[in-house]
Design a protein around this ligand. Structure first.
Ligand code: B12
Ligand code: SF4
Length: 505
């Protein structure tokens, strides 16, 4: 056996500062592929262990490779710092995988601190790469692997996406799950989990099809139940977020899981994602009742836009009307709809912003508990719409480090107008939350009384604005946001009524 028998897998923090929440599943999924080979696999999650140099120092002589997982955005910063730290200690192969390396493999490989990239689904290429390195063979021929020799870069196309059930079981005992428990809108101890991976759609702004090739694979219901029992015991969870790209693809699966959750008395609340058009097509009123009884409390849809032209442009395969019908259907079954929307597309941003805010307004009148996230449309490389953004003057970052600030919050397109952020701040962080008379119930106990007073005082006025579509002269909103900003500045806090401030970038 090679004396190089340690592999370090690094998961950079997705945010600045401490903001935990999701289990680094990528690392767990990779570990199962190299089990039983006499290797010691060390996970470092930057969110939970920032001071990792002593760990690297202690294993540097036995290190076979160091791996980094990163999506486009903030994770790149931590990934670069880690890779440089490894290279400073010892010259071992550094491998980048995950979304960013999949989308821009050449740009990642060009950096002196990266030796290999793995594109797409990581399990098989990672296993083969490790086997080749253990045998001191050249891994550059492995499908899905990108490598470089002198200045020549070679990226092999990935093998097609494989059924996740054929891989060995994930060993959840390798992680302490307590740091990944978060508070959700409807529960105290929630954890992220996947029942399926992939999505049959191919929206032109989304890169999921790039890795999963429009395929959708789900776990077996019995396996999901076993995992959830494990989390309940280990981390005392009271709820779970199924982070699937598109949970409601197969009706039989969703209903079987719901029945099992009831029959096996798991007593867990849950929330997940759906495609509005598909959901409305396959689920009936009685199915929704079963979902509610099994603990379903929130379903998130990529509602995306209130402008049908935008929905057609992005190939959403859904109508604006579907989003509104979806909200009404969920309301009838006491399940909260969560709309994720994007505004500011290059063709006619004024129009899509106006129509999207109006769609949210209508849905909120139907269900005051409706939640909505409004992001600026951020063109990601590897998506079909990216080329259009370049035509409209987007300057693409050229080096890996430049992609670190390419996040939905910090992104500013050349076609955005100055007042967009302000308009969104007013709507998302004042009118939208206060259009729910019970909004204060979502606020942590300590601040609840203050929000209760604001909520009860302003709700009638906000309701009238929603009802009669009158948002001119938003004096009360400007005054409130101005005072809140002063308060935050003086107190060193970051309170916001909505999801986040649009001015924090
Ligand atoms: C959970 C999640 C998050 C979590 C973070 C995850 C965590 N563990 O902390 C949070 C909520 C923080 C998050 C944030 C964001 N996210 Co996110 N997120 C996801 C989601 C839903 C699941 C990620 C996951 O765990 N997948 C399961 C694992 C097993 O899959 P995987 O990571 O792809 O890993 C496989 C391969 O990629 C590969 N691999 C991965 N890493 C490595 C490393 C090595 C060494 C190797 C060999 C292989 C390898 O092998 C793995 C097994 O096959 C994905 C969607 C998705 N389908 O993955 C979006 C996704 C990754 N997110 C995305 C985006 C855009 C964001 C945000 C920008 C959105 C936002 N709202 O601001 C932010 C970025 C934060 C920032 N400041 O920059 C995009 C990524 C686009 C891109 N170009 O990178 C995705 C794909 C969603 C989408 N549909 O577009 N996200
Ligand atoms: S439905 Fe969602 S996950 Fe599927 S391709 Fe469209 S945006 Fe991506």
């Amino acid at each position: 056996m090679s004396e190089k028998n340690v592999i370090v897998l690094f998961y950079p923090s997705p945010w600045q500062g401490e903001q935990r929440g999701r289990i680094p599943y990528a690392l767990l999924y990779l570990e199962r592929m190299i089990r039983g080979k006499g290797l010691e696999v060390i996970f470092i999650n930057e969110q939970t262990s920032r001071d990792y140099l002593p760990i690297l120092e202690s294993v540097k002589d036995r290190l076979l490779l160091a791996g980094v997982s990163a999506m486009t955005g903030h994770q790149i910063l931590g990934g670069i710092r880690f890779s440089q730290a490894v290279k400073k200690l010892i010259d071992v192969p550094v491998v980048w995988g995950g979304w960013h390396a999949t989308l821009l493999p050449e740009q990642v490989l060009i950096e002196p601190y990266v030796d290999y990239v793995i594109c797409g689904q990581g399990e098989m290429p990672f296993q083969k790469l490790v086997e080749e390195l253990m045998a001191s063979r050249d891994p550059s021929g492995v499908p899905g692997v990108g490598s470089k020799k002198k200045d020549k870069i070679l990226v092999n196309p990935p093998a097609s996406f494989q059924d996740i059930n054929q891989f060995p079981e994930v060993d959840y005992r390798l992680l302490d799950f307590n740091p990944y428990v978060f508070k959700s809108a409807y529960s105290n101890r929630c954890i992220g989990y996947f029942c399926s991976h992939g999505c049959p759609y191919n929206c032109k702004f989304c890169c999921v099809a790039k890795i999963y090739g429009r395929k959708w694979y789900r776990k077996k219901v019995a396996d999901v139940i076993t995992d959830l029992r494990f989390f309940k015991k280990q981390a005392r969870i009271d709820s779970v977020t199924f982070d699937d790209d598109n949970f409601f693809v197969n009706k039989a699966f969703a209903l079987e899981l719901a029945k099992e959750l009831i029959d096996q008395k798991l007593d867990l609340l849950w929330d997940t994602s759906a495609h509005a058009g598909l959901f409305l097509k396959i689920f009936k009123e009685e199915d929704l009742e079963l979902l509610y009884r099994s603990g379903c409390r929130q379903v998130y849809i990529g509602a995306e836009s209130g402008d049908q032209e935008v929905l057609d442009l992005i190939a959403k395969e859904a109508k604006v009307e579907d989003n509104l019908r979806f909200a009404a259907l969920l309301k009838r079954h006491r399940i909260t709809p969560l709309f994720s929307t994007m505004v500011g597309f290059p063709d006619n941003p004024d129009k899509d912003i106006r129509l999207t805010l109006d769609m949210i307004r209508q849905a909120k009148l139907t269900d005051p508990s409706l939640r909505a996230r409004i992001f600026f449309y951020t063109p990601y490389p590897g998506t079909e719409l990216y080329a259009k953004a370049l035509q409209h003057g987007l300057k693409a970052p050229e080096r890996l480090a430049d992609w670190a600030t390419y996040t939905l919050r910090k992104f500013h397109a050349p076609w955005f107008k100055k007042d967009y952020r302000w308009a969104l701040e007013i709507f998302a962080n004042f009118y939208l939350p206060l259009a729910n008379p019970d909004f204060y119930k979502l606020i942590p106990e300590k601040q609840r009384w203050a929000v209760f007073i604001i909520n009860k005082l302003l709700y009638p006025l906000v309701y009238l604005r929603f009802k009669f579509k009158r948002f001119q002269f938003p004096v009360e909103a400007i005054l409130f946001l101005f005072l809140l900003r002063i308060f935050n500045k003086l107190a060193g806090t970051r309170y916001a009524l909505g999801y986040e401030s649009y001015f924090d970038a």
